[in-house]
Design a protein. Structure first.
Length: 187
């Protein structure tokens, strides 16, 4: 393991922008698909079953004719075996996949769906081009399904394949506005 990275992971230094430690920043999350405006209020999951029209919950979003599922996108850290950088994000899916997922969600049987085509519905990093073609792999025990980028020449696909080194990870976090100096260097 990279010694510098190991030190950062156990450090209690906090980001000046948000107060998070480096270890906490290894998971970032988007609260809604990029296309969904900030004034669509976040509700709990029951809302998706009892309402029609546009709705945003913890795990589901219906917006016009678009359908989204909460998902994660994991990028392994090359210098840190087993550790991953986890992005909480949204997968755009077709209505058939959305409805099937909803039917199986409460039974915790979404894993039986296997893998389905989906679109990454947040720009990662923030100023990249989207939406990006992915496969959405269902996982057991109520875990979020996991996105794997399908466009093999895309930067994000390469990162998923090879992992991020420390410098790339810091570039990534910086793109999200985190104050790296306050995390990386002793003040
Ligand atoms: Zn921050």
């Amino acid at each position: 393991m990279d010694a510098h990275l190991a030190r950062m992971l156990s450090s209690s230094r906090q980001c000046r922008c948000c107060g998070a430690t480096f270890a906490q920043l290894l998971s970032l999350s988007c609260d809604r698909p990029d296309i969904v405006p900030g004034d669509l209020e976040l509700q709990d999951n029951t809302a998706v079953f009892v309402t029609e029209g546009d709705v945003l919950t913890e795990d589901f979003c219906r917006f016009g004719t678009l359908r989204f599922l909460r998902a994660v996108l994991a990028i392994p850290l090359a210098d840190l075996r087993g550790e991953e950088f986890i992005l909480g994000t949204w997968a755009g899916v077709n209505e058939e996949v959305f409805n099937e997922y909803l039917d199986l969600f409460e039974l915790r049987e979404t894993e039986s769906m296997g893998s389905r085509p989906a679109w990454l519905s947040n720009q990662i990093p923030p100023d990249s081009n989207g939406p990006l073609a992915c496969m959405l792999h269902m996982r057991p025990d109520g875990q979020y399904p996991e996105l794997q980028v399908s466009e093999v020449n895309h930067d994000l696909a390469r990162m998923q394949e090879l992992g991020l080194n420390l410098e790339e990870l810091l570039t990534f976090l910086h793109a999200y506005g985190h104050d790296l100096a306050s995390l990386v260097y002793d003040s």
